[in-house]
Write a protein that binds this ligand. Structure first.
Ligand SMILES: [Zn+2]
Length: 174
């Protein structure tokens, strides 16, 4: 099983890694010259949150980014905040609607065990990988998109998103 560090040590192409704002493991990657590190609210990398096609083009052109890794994590307090928040703030509408859709499919987040919450994060990250991949394809940017989920409670063991495991799940989005 890979930890975040061993996983990153095996990556040799210039990569952008997107951590959630409250993820504690960001510093394991900072200093690795093959990585550009950024954070996003609930990992939501989309035009609505300021990550538009110009931003990605700049990453490719100026930083030489060839792949993007979305790094979800366990015990995400931002996710919990998004479930509890009732402000209807348009900035996080998109994240909330993704999360609400997942609750319909997977059950109530607040009633889940720690293991099921981690599975929930795998699904959430899968959705984000799929959405970002579609967006980059649409704007003509040829960048790989991958996803991982970090278990910060268990030595930062990571689970890599395998989109082949989720064909039914993803098809139901279309
Ligand atoms: Zn988080």
């Amino acid at each position: 099983m890979d930890t975040l560090k061993s996983y990153c040590d095996q990556i040799y192409i210039k990569s952008l890694i997107v951590f959630c704002n409250d993820c504690f493991t960001t510093n394991e990657v900072i200093g690795n010259s093959r990585f550009v590190v950024t954070t996003a609210f609930a990992n939501l990398v989309s035009p609505k949150t300021g990550f538009d096609k110009n931003w990605f083009k700049r990453m490719v052109k100026e930083q030489g980014i060839e792949q993007i890794i979305i790094a979800g994590h366990c015990d995400c307090h931002v996710i919990q905040f998004l479930f509890d928040d009732e402000s209807n703030n348009p900035h996080w509408n998109e994240a909330q609607s993704l999360l609400n859709q997942l609750q319909i499919w997977l059950g109530r987040y607040s009633e889940m065990s720690e293991a099921d919450k981690l599975k929930f994060m795998v699904h959430y990250t899968t959705l984000q990988v799929q959405i970002l991949h579609g967006y980059l394809e649409k704007v003509g940017l040829d960048i790989l998109v991958k996803g991982i989920v970090i278990d910060e409670n268990h030595e930062n063991v990571i689970r890599e998103i395998d989109l082949d495991y989720f064909p039914k799940f993803i098809n139901s989005l279309n």
